[in-house]
Design a protein around this ligand. Sequence first.
Ligand code: IMP
Length: 188
Amino acid sequence: MLVFATNNAHKLREVRQMLTDGVEIKSLSEIGCDADIPETADTLEGNAELKARYVSERFGLDVFADDTGLEVEVLGGAPGVYSARYAGPGHDSEANMARLLREMEGQENRRARFRTVIAIIRNGEIRTVEGIVNGKIATEPLGTDGFGYDPIFIPDEGNGRSFAEMTADEKNALSHRGRAMAALMNLI
Ligand code: IMP
């Protein structure tokens, strides 16, 4: 059994869909952890490690944690590690997407990438893996599936569709989290 240090239902569903048979995953709430683990590091690696260590130290269980950022070329890699709070604390994905579309108004260079870092602690040993998908920021939201910035991210390999216009399987096959999970599966 492995704990996935999240209570984000979307991420849990994606990760459970991607797992090889026989690997059982429990969320934070399923191990009785209702804490909102502080993400105070200034890198994706740092936050993934913080979350994994929190669970490992308090619960003594094998655990992995992910942190994801949307890195936009013309914005120097922003919002990056601050993607969840881009529109300010307490704002939702709609507000984050609206801010990003505003920042990108009139920009010709719309290159961006999603990057996921996963930290895993097993038997007290910590390792990290990452997954990247390259693409561009749409000029308006497209599609209704997925979560977060999915409606405005168009991966290079998706025939021009946004992540929110793909089935879950299509997104998982080429997404940042799918690739990081594949690297994780290779490791364990
Ligand atoms: P975190 O990994 O939960 O910190 O996510 C950071 C930000 O990126 C949040 O605003 C998420 O909604 C967003 N995000 C994370 N993964 C995805 C994804 O697969 N698609 C779109 N947005 C995502």
